[in-house]
Design a protein around this ligand. Structure first.
Ligand SMILES: Cc1ncc(COP(=O)(O)O)c(C=O)c1O
Length: 440
């Protein structure tokens, strides 16, 4: 049960905030009622205003690879804030963090900092259009690249009658208020389907500024790419002269030091990062080779922002990278091992319970639980037709009552952090076993 203080805050909040929160994913449309209002976090734990504590597997949608209030982050913020919060000037730490990123990512020679994944994607696509002189962009069903007009198509689960033919998905904006001109040049393609992609590229490839993809489908749970699929996508981009834009907002500094590009051996033309990059503060970046990134020089392709490259956020980014990269990148092994271990612990309790059709899909530190009759969910359409999202919400709300926090939306996913311990994994698995037994 959501505690009394959270209930009261929700009643107060909904009078002055839309749905009592600042993003639909935090409010009643996701929770089915009052969300739990959180007061503070420490390590792997979140604490709500009613005094309940939770092992947090959401980690701010992936923004916290080090966990809550990591000592290095707390010390950095305390030290830096005393010297001023934000200058909107050139900074030493800006150069230092950019050098770290360029050292780390072979496909990145220049970076430009922004604040959120949405902003970075907006700039990246404007840059792709500027660089190629082409208008069309190709995106995939179920892939999310922020909430802005040109890409907010087919990002929510749909009924099968709205899918359209696999070679020609019906394009559906996910919001009112998006004029058709904004997405007229956006082509939507089925993901993880080489033939559909080859066909779409044959039709649109020569007019496409870029193809934008998540490396792992991360906004329909966790759906990994089929072997060789992303490399084929990259080859097709090269063949048709469209830029290959890999959106690493979720996967960057998560699944490997070099993100999906490293994991799947890719050489993207443009990448964007957000979430984990800022270690809990707002930080994002657009990166790529000089030849492409130079389009942003002298405002040829314009990208501005009062809060770009904030010194507090950059200082935390620096310490976050140092922490994950220390001892030969040991942090990434810890993230991966904790994620794999939690996913496996869930599979073990699900097998033992044997009462529900349920699977767990993951890649390194990311995983998601699907209530489904399938052995694997490999694309958006399967997700929409074969994943029981209400049952997942029931599962997560029951887990919350037992002190385990996962976002109730099956379209999202869970994430490990450096702060998750073996004891957290064991406690989570125990609660999961109880919930599976209790659930109808
Ligand atoms: C793949 C991807 N790109 C972009 C974004 C947008 O990032 P932000 O929420 O920081 O604007 C998200 C957010 O979930 C995302 O998952």
């Amino acid at each position: 049960m959501t505690g009394l203080k959270s209930q009261q805050l929700f009643e107060r909040g909904r009078k002055v905030l839309i749905e009592g929160v600042s993003s639909a994913s935090r409010g009643p449309s996701t929770f089915g009622g009052a969300p739990r209002y959180m007061s503070h976090g420490q390590g792997a734990r979140l604490y709500d205003v009613d005094g309940n504590s939770y092992i947090d597997w959401m980690m701010a949608f992936g923004a916290l690879p080090l966990g809550h209030a990591h000592p290095a982050v707390v010390e950095t913020v305390a030290r830096e804030v005393a010297g001023g919060t934000h200058f909107a000037t050139a900074l030493q730490v800006e150069v230092e963090v950019a050098e770290m990123l360029v050292d780390l990512l072979p496909h990145v020679e220049k970076v430009r900092f922004a604040n959120t994944g949405t902003e970075a994607a907006m700039a990246a696509i404007r840059l792709a259009r500027g660089h190629t002189g082409r208008r069309k962009i190709i995106k995939f069903e179920g892939h999310y690249h922020g909430w802005w007009d040109a890409v907010l198509l087919n990002t929510n689960p749909l009924p099968p009658t709205m899918f359209g033919h696999p070679n020609d998905p019906i394009r559906i904006p996910d919001s009112s208020g998006i004029p058709e001109e904004a997405w007229r040049d956006t082509i939507v393609v089925r993901w993880n389907d080489v033939e559909a992609l080859e066909r779409a590229m044959a039709i649109h490839g020569r007019e496409a500024a870029c193809l934008v993809t998540e490396g792992i489908m991360s906004n329909m749970g966790v759906i990994p790419p089929k072997p060789g699929y992303l490399l084929r996508m990259q080859d097709l981009c090269r063949e048709y002269g469209a830029l290959f834009y890999l959106d690493e907002t979720v996967t960057g500094f998560r699944v490997a030091a070099g993100g999906c590009a490293e994991l799947y051996g890719l050489d993207p033309d443009i990448v964007t990062y957000g979430k984990a990059l800022g270690g809990g503060l707002p930080m994002a970046m657009i990166g790529g080779r000089n030849e492409v990134m130079s389009g942003l020089e002298w405002g040829k392709v314009l990208h501005y922002g009062t809060h770009n490259a904030g010194r507090l956020a950059l200082s935390v980014t620096k310490v976050m990278l140092q922490t994950l990269l220390a001892n030969d990148r040991a942090g990434f092994s810890v993230l991966r091992d904790r994620g794999l271990k939690m996913a496996e612990a869930f599979r073990t309790v699900a097998r033992a319970s044997n009462r529900h059709g349920v699977i767990c899909q993951g890649v390194n530190s990311m995983f998601q639980i699907f209530f489904t009759d399938r052995e694997v969910i490999s694309d958006f359409r399967e997700f929409c037709t074969h994943v029981d999202r209400l049952k997942f919400r029931d599962f997560t709300l029951r887990l919350m009552d037992k002190g385990i926090y996962m976002n109730p939306s099956a379209t999202l996913h869970s994430l490990s952090s450096l702060a998750h311990s073996d004891a957290d994994i064991a406690a989570t698995a125990k609660a999961m076993a109880e919930v599976l037994d209790e659930m109808p």
